[in-house]
Design a protein around this ligand. Structure first.
Ligand code: HSE
Length: 440
């Protein structure tokens, strides 16, 4: 059978990893796919020509115009591995218009424009595969869309940004400040020069948006996701959390509730004894709770050339196997049949229900705790645990930390406003959400 021909848009970290895997495992991949998968062309930046020639040994056509790769008659599958929204979106839509299958690692593109892209792909009967867009080498899309298809998914909670997990690990293990841990991540090449997407939870929210769509059969709704990063976390909160038996992780959480879908990324206290609490450094892990299977955990490298390339190649093999099948009988892009998607409401963050860690600085005098607990009690918020530090020498204020039982976020907002207004409380109250992530 003739080889299936792939055009790579981008031959950087992920494109290079993809090419290397296809070369190294060529024979075995062909045995799995049923025919050879051959990269015929790649679009690269002009400045990258020498590096690209070295990577590919002069065996493929290297050009600077990505649209020429998309339009080439020598390309059956377009692999978009350049990132960004423009021109990636135009290139993907043009590939679809040409009747070509697409593989993409571009989480931002799908989270923002996935609804339009999948609609176009469905109309044209082509596949758009995107395993590499979420958690690099972990086959989480496959697991959610196919492996867990029997289940009503109840919730997903994931460490889906390696850079911020590296920073949190460094803050916890070495007591580093956020700023120093970030500098270290940049020096090691984990964080981008502009690290905003990683540290402010935006990259994680892109990935979470995609997983929520597949888990619940809803459209991509990135604009409804609540996003809070790790840049304001202090080592102090990480240490206090440890004293209560918790770790702080940046989690992407999506949950189906009777009132709507929760879709949120934020630092979260999780019990230190959970497996996912022990996922350190740049590694990713995703917990998925299905009604039939219970809680399942997926762990691995969330970035990097060959881990992400592993997912790209898996998609290329899937497409090669299924390209000739009837489009109506393929695995649907977003797990649910396109006419069976629901538009369930995504809840604003004020309506989510969770537990909270509250840290406040209180003047060490009689009645202060009574005032705080009265505010919480009046709002129906129950305290689960409390810790008060001895005042340091010459200091009349002390740190008071409380863990609450579950409550609706708007109740906590009100409580915090009232506590901050007390004369006996100095400065703002720090609030971090807490999730038990139990198997039940
Ligand atoms: N920058 C991401 C991370 C990897 O740090 O996990 C690509 O999404």
């Amino acid at each position: 059978m003739k080889p299936i021909r792939v055009g790579l848009l981008g031959l950087g970290v992920v494109g290079g990893g993809t090419y290397a895997i296809l070369e190294r495992n060529r024979e075995e991949i062909a045995r799995r796919a049923g025919r050879e998968i051959r990269v015929t062309m790649a679009a690269i930046r002009e400045s990258d020509l020498a590096v690209a020639q070295k990577k590919t040994g002069g065996t493929i056509t290297l050009i600077h115009d990505p649209m020429a790769v998309v339009n080439s008659p020598d390309v059956d599958i377009v692999a978009e591995l350049m990132g960004g929204i423009h021109p990636a979106k135009e290139l993907v839509l043009q590939a679809i218009a040409q009747g070509k299958h697409v593989v993409t690692a571009n989480k931002a593109l799908l989270a923002l424009h996935g609804n339009e892209i999948f609609k176009a792909a469905h109309a044209k009967g082509v596949m758009v595969a995107f395993e590499a867009a979420v958690a690099g080498g972990i086959p989480i899309i496959k697991a959610l869309r196919e492996g867990l298809t029997a289940n009503r998914i109840e919730w997903i909670a994931g460490i889906i940004n390696g850079t911020s997990n590296f920073i949190l690990t460094s803050m916890r293990e070495h007591g580093a400040s956020f700023e120093d841990a970030l500098k270290q991540a940049q020096a090691l090449g984990y964080a981008e020069a502009d690290p905003t997407f990683d540290i402010e939870g935006i990259d994680a929210a892109h990935k979470l948006t995609i997983m929520a769509a597949i888990a619940f059969g809803i459209p991509m709704q990135f604009d409804r996701a609540y996003t809070e990063g790790i840049s304001k976390l202090t080592s102090k909160d990480i240490q206090y959390a440890e004293e209560f038996g918790y770790r702080i992780k940046l989690l992407g959480i999506t949950r189906r509730t009777a009132r709507g879908i929760e879709l949120r990324v934020h630092p979260t206290l999780i019990p230190a004894k959970r497996l996912i609490a022990n996922v350190e450094s740049v590694m990713n892990a995703i917990l998925v709770k299905g009604d039939a299977v219970g809680a399942t955990l997926y762990y691995g490298a969330g970035a990097g050339a060959e881990p992400t390339g592993s997912s790209v190649v898996a998609d290329l093999v899937d497409i090669t196997r299924m390209a000739t099948s009837d489009p109506g009988n393929r695995v649907p892009h977003l797990a649910f049949q396109p006419d069976q998607m629901h538009d369930d409401v995504v809840l604003p963050v004020t309506e989510i229900e969770t537990s909270y860690y509250l840290r406040m600085r209180a003047f060490d005098r009689p009645g202060v705790l009574a005032e705080v607990t009265r505010i919480l009690a009046d709002l129906g918020i129950s305290i689960e645990a409390m810790l008060q530090r001895e005042p340091e020498a010459g200091e009349e204020r002390v740190d008071v930390i409380m863990l609450t039982h579950q409550t609706i976020e708007r109740q906590i907002d009100q409580a915090i406003a009232k506590i901050e207004a007390l004369d006996s409380i100095s400065g703002p109250v720090t609030r971090i959400r807490l999730e038990p992530l139990g198997p039940a």
